[in-house]
Design a protein around this ligand. Sequence first.
Ligand SMILES: Cc1cc2nc3c(=O)[nH]c(=O)nc-3n(C[C@H](O)[C@H](O)[C@H](O)COP(=O)(O)O)c2cc1C
Ligand SMILES: C=C(O[C@@H]1CC(C(=O)O)=C[C@@H](OP(=O)(O)O)[C@H]1O)C(=O)O
Length: 387
Amino acid sequence: MRYLTAGESHGPQLTTILEGVPAGLTLLKEHIDEELARRQKGYGRGRRMQIEKDEVNILSGVRHGQTLGSPITLVVENRDWKHWTNIMAIEPTEEEDVKRKVTRPRPGHADLNGAIKYGHRDMRNVLERSSARETTVRVAAGAVAKRILAELGIQVAGHVLEIGGVRATNLAYESLEQLRHVTEQSPVRCFDEEAAVKMMEAIDRAKENGDSIGGIVEVIVEGVPAGVGSYVHYDRKLDAKIAAAIVSINAFKGVEFGIGFEAARLPGSKVHDEIIWSKEEGFRRRTNRAGGFEGGMTTGMPIVVRGVMKPIPTLYKPLASVDIDTKEPFAASIERSDSCAVPAASVVAEAVVAWEIATAIVDQFGQDRMDLIKENIENMRRYAKEF
Ligand SMILES: Cc1cc2nc3c(=O)[nH]c(=O)nc-3n(C[C@H](O)[C@H](O)[C@H](O)COP(=O)(O)O)c2cc1C
Ligand SMILES: C=C(O[C@@H]1CC(C(=O)O)=C[C@@H](OP(=O)(O)O)[C@H]1O)C(=O)O
């Protein structure tokens, strides 16, 4: 499976085309809208989220609630477009519009590098596309991937581990279902209620100071059989694909699996997962420090992947920059921005991880029909257990 996205942050709509989604998958508008709504929530977001009410329009590839095997086109409208129609449509020649030309690059954004790369003197041409508004349709694509995984008995859950240095310590959830249930009620999508309160205080403080804060999100996937992905070639390693997908999310700067960077500080005896066997379950690991991957393939243990989000770059407290036309230094002032988007980004992280895993499974277990993929994955599970 593969997908493309298109659209600008303040243009009329965002579009994604999903190619290679198997036929015979039950897919309703509600499945996608539910995920879009989850991405819009979260303490610390700015005024834009009060304007948008993201909703999908399924334009191709689905009939009577079933996928056809043909490309699926999904569209989400930008409600804010109506406020930006002139700015987006008219060339900045008239006096009023010249004022709206963006010549002041914001530190931490794609503005300056994008302008140099594509030769744009109006950096609106860069920021419109580099904006995380694009993650809306990535979440829509992820919702389709989650439908595939759900039919194969695979669950995905994401949550917030850390915001502004406040770390969740109570992670004693009994199941992914419980983790999901509790985090859905939390304004910061955090399982640890005490930490969640402190996270919200940290967001309030950052906002009062005109600053922004980042954090860490975690995605867990259960039910993937051993042997998905491959060790035979670098571009077939599934952990590498997931790592790329996480770092591709706007503002994500790092990724780790299982104990992650902690592995650098520990001896091998405290890093590797010992292998055990029982007649009932077949091969298992005593621990899951590897986070579900060895040799670019799944181990059959839960996949545990974390991503680091930097603080939002647009600050009410201005940062120094230089105008690209006048070369004068200036201190950026802004009209609106999120102060923390880590909770929303945890939903995006779920989506991109779900997409990579669903793609690997569809590629490996038969590509065209859900019923055949289901049969093949069941056979693989049985085979692995009896191995
Ligand atoms: C869900 C989400 C919301 C975001 N909201 C904002 C925002 O309101 N203001 C902002 O300056 N950056 C925001 N960002 C981050 C920028 O899009 C990102 O930092 C920028 O495009 C530069 O890319 P890079 O940080 O990946 O290098 C958001 C990111 C995500 C994932
Ligand atoms: C629109 C979304 O996020 C936007 C991401 C974003 C950025 O620079 O990345 C900047 C803000 O947009 P605006 O400049 O219109 O206020 C966020 O609201 C969204 O998540 O749907």
